[in-house]
Design a protein around this ligand. Structure first.
Ligand SMILES: C[S@@+](CC[C@H](N)C(=O)[O-])C[C@H]1O[C@@H](n2cnc3c(N)ncnc32)[C@H](O)[C@@H]1O
Length: 260
């Protein structure tokens, strides 16, 4: 199992002519940024959140660590990621080591973070909450590990009026495994956890353009080497969900309510 992802990724990356030991984080972004608009949206989120050199940042649901490596390399942050998929963490740490990245990934649950209260200057979360049913617990953990002045940067997919796209999607093989919230529910769970959104924007138009472009490159290996052969169908379902106004993709920043 572990060798499978490592092998698939290594073949796909080398077929693109990329030499991993000398690659920058941005060079492998189409393989390890597992969210809408890849590298561009990670950079946008870092700007929205105001992440600065020397800040300690936690990437919750870090996947293969693509965003973590970008924050470390381009923004000078000290980044830890955490994910409950052991294979992602293993392969992600191998990539970091081979590339000389300081980003370190831990294996663990977003619902029981193995870090002290107030530890991080920033918390990043991209395309994770849709897979988590216990939203309040998720955001309570964000609030707990965030320093009083810290910023929670989020980039998540939400339901419009309780609707769902067709499945599979990249976050759920079927409807029963998907835990989309509406915007109102999202804001309410953040608020119950003690977090208040201070900046927020919808990114639907840019996201749809990104998916249309991705689908026109059917030969592109990119994230198919991570998500498997159903990836084009997943992308098509998300694009259709956006076009039918069943889902919306938001990004923004939240602060601890007690600090506002
Ligand atoms: C769509 S991927 C996004 C990965 C990464 N944030 C990125 O943008 O490249 C969602 C990730 O969330 C992780 N995840 C989902 N639920 C989790 C949980 N309860 N605890 C830790 N990780 C979780 C999955 O294993 C997966 O790696």
């Amino acid at each position: 199992m572990r060798a499978a992802l490592k092998e698939r990724l290594s073949v796909a990356i080398s077929q693109e002519g990329i030499n991993v030991p000398s690659a920058k984080a941005s060079d492998i972004a189409r393989f390890d940024q597992m969210h809408t608009r890849g590298l561009a949206s990670t950079r946008e989120l870092a700007e929205i959140a105001g992440f600065q050199p020397g800040m300690e940042i936690l990437d919750i649901g870090c996947g293969l660590g693509g965003p973590a490596r970008v924050l470390a390399e381009e923004y000078g942050c000290l980044v830890r990621g955490i994910d409950y998929n052991e294979e992602y963490v293993h392969v992600g740490n191998l990539l970091s080591k081979t590339m000389g990245s300081t980003a370190v990934l831990d294996h663990g649950s977003a619902l029981d973070l193995p870090y002290q209260r107030d530890r991080f200057d920033g918390v990043l979360m991209q395309h994770v909450s849709m897979a988590v049913s216990e939203k309040l617990r998720l955001f309570q953990e964000v609030e707990r590990v965030l320093s009083p002045e810290g910023t929670f940067a989020f980039h998540e997919i939400l339901s419009i009026d309780g609707q769902h796209p067709a499945y599979p999607t990249p976050w759920a093989a079927e409807r029963e495994l998907s835990h989309l919230q509406t915007k109102q529910e999202f804001l309410s769970s953040l608020s119950q956890a003690g977090l208040t959104v201070v900046k927020g924007q919808e990114t639907d138009r840019e996201a749809a353009a990104f998916f249309e472009k991705a689908l026109s490159h059917t030969s592109s290996r990119g994230l198919s080497s991570v998500f498997g052969p159903q990836f084009p169908t997943m992308v098509r379902n998300v694009l259709q969900g956006l076009q039918d106004k069943k889902i919306t993709i938001v990004m923004g920043a939240a602060k601890r309510s007690s600090q506002l």
